[in-house]
Design a protein around this ligand. Sequence first.
Ligand code: ASP
Length: 328
Amino acid sequence: MSRKIVILGTGGTIAGTGPAGSGSYTAAQLTAEQLVGSIPALQNAAGGGLLVQEVARIDSKDMTHAVWQWLAQRCLAHLADGTVGGIVITHGTDTLEETAWLLHELLPADKPVVLTCAMRPATALSPDGPQNLLDAVTLAAHPEAHGVLVVAAGVVHGAREVTKVHPQRLDAFASPDGGPLGWVQGGEVRWAHATAPQPAAPRCGALLLEPAFMAPQWPRVEIILSHAGSDGALVDWLVAGGVRGIVVAATGNGTLHEALQAALRRAVSAGVTVRLASRCGEGRISPVTDQPWRDAGGLSPVKARISLMLELMQASDSFGARPDGLSG
Ligand code: ASP
């Protein structure tokens, strides 16, 4: 028997409205029920029926840790329900890749959790949201789909690679290096490789049940960019303010302005965990072996920040050690 698909609304341009024919709109105006109700084809694609819930109604540029806490807990509860076959999350495009990565780090991967979005509001002459949502439900109902996926403009992306690469065009997402996982075309899912990607256990799954995850404050982790003229003053300021972790978006293959590097060494001495990502949009930096910090394992700076927050939460809860094994 087909299982139902849960649609969790969070807002975004897909639920945005504006004056007909005008380029302006406000994100996150339609309720999840209004959005889903405007697309009758979703019921057929779901097979076993739809359950629609609104988790938040925000422009995703304003995403908060509190919404993430609630969203992750709702997903966990639905995934544990034997009558649910998969989850679709409607989301703004701006921080979609961050939410996807957070959920990938936390949720069991045996059922699909599919994020989708739109670049045009629901009131546009030709909105992209309805097709994206239909594709997302099709993907979530597919028997081989599992784990956290993103579908936009007919392309299926994995949570690790997906990134917004364009501020305007409908096909605004890419999976640099790895490429897409597949496509949804004419109501059919086509995987890019011979088989669907295999499920893997989430790295931080146990954290969802720990008090640190639901705490009102998450460990403060900030992103700093290395650039011409960097002087490290921002790092010193953050350390003085009690930052717990810093992700550096380094130049090229993990290189840092010497003044910034000196400030980061001071931060590590003060007990701050530092991770090195690259500000290049593609590729992976060589492993770091000669510094008191690690590289971010090929994650973009925004995803590295999420992983470091989760690791710091684990370290502060029942798990013990500092995430990078350093003392202090
Ligand atoms: N600012 C919007 C959001 O992220 C943009 C979008 O959805 O395309 O919610």
